[in-house]
Design a protein around this ligand. Sequence first.
Ligand code: ATP
Ligand code: MG
Length: 396
Amino acid sequence: MKEIFLLKLGEIVLKGANKRQFESRLRQNVRRRMKKFGEFDVYIMQSTVYVEPKDELADVDGAWEACRSIFGVVSLCRCRPCEKNLDAIFEAIENYLGDDLDCAKSFKVESKRSDKAFPMTSIQISQEIGGRLAEAHPGVAVDVHHPDYTVYVEVRDFAAYVHGPAEPGAGGLPTGVGGRAMCLLSGGIDSPVAAYMIAKRGVEIEAVHFFSYPYTSQLAKDKVVELARLVAKYSGKMTVNVVPFTEIQEAIRDNCPEEYFTLVMRRFMMEISQRIARHDGCGALITGENLGQVASQTMEAMTVTGAVVDMPIFMPLVGMDKEEIVTIARKIGTLETSILPYEDCCTVFTPKHPKTKPTLGQLQNAEKNLDREALMERALAGVEKIKVAGDDDALL
Ligand code: ATP
Ligand code: MG
């Protein structure tokens, strides 16, 4: 008999009245992600998503890999369905998990019975199946406290399912239940991680990148698009809005006091991002800012850069250490791309002594020789929209 996946829902189980909407979004997301791997039935019962290949042609391993990156799934397991009787359950375990069991030093059986009409309690099922397995595998000890391997039996509505230990899922909330936000995506380590963390809370992501050709190269732009694609593996397709930023940076260089270069530039970034975000239906901005990491990441600097927008700015990395950020970047697969050595526009015209405790009045003064509005309008008129899709996603 074939193999199926059970995806266990996390927090969304707790969401009361929204539960139906959350579940239907998750089912839709799983269906979309499975398309590429063949024909699958995807349905939800008892806070569990069932993913069932319809025929032999389905790419089960590919589908399994994809399921591991779906937000809203707290844990997942591959399992073998069988009839709801002890003989069938025992036989399914022998065929499906027998080899794993032989490799273990000790084991136990853990059972769950959500079909209350089944004539045995879960403890009785575990005892009976455990006894039969102990007889069939005399070299593997029974250890109910610290087993090397656990065999799981789940007696559900339509069938029983047997499986080994579940794996952790991507966690979070299903993509799409939390609205949409615009991430300021540089080519660095931090901003892709920030995008991932907000995406994990069920938010659809769009991106904006400020591009200063020829100070930054086509390679730097390709790198950002690749980072967006890596994040899209989790969050679904997104559009990268590439904003031509050279004219603004040169205007800053020519018209502003050097110590304010970075702050003036960041105020342009925030305001332009908010305009694109509004236009594209986003309700918040996301940045990879991190308190104290660089001169523009003090409270005072964040105050003056945040002052030009009124949308919420999400900074999920603000209190993390670099090591913690790098660990996540490695886990989600963006680190290798992020550390490729291309310039970011932030490193063009960097002041030697940047202002770390600026005030709003100082910034307004520093910007007084710039026609901010005209500069922003010209930049917005030149935006290039690049659509990216994650591996498993059709570009629609
Ligand atoms: P990152 O690793 O994400 O580049 P960082 O530690 O280098 O961040 P900064 O260069 O100060 O920090 O940038 C802070 C944030 O500003 C970035 O995390 C990103 O959200 C945004 N940002 C910086 N440069 C750009 C850019 N060229 N395009 C879009 N957003 C940018
Ligand atoms: Mg950077």
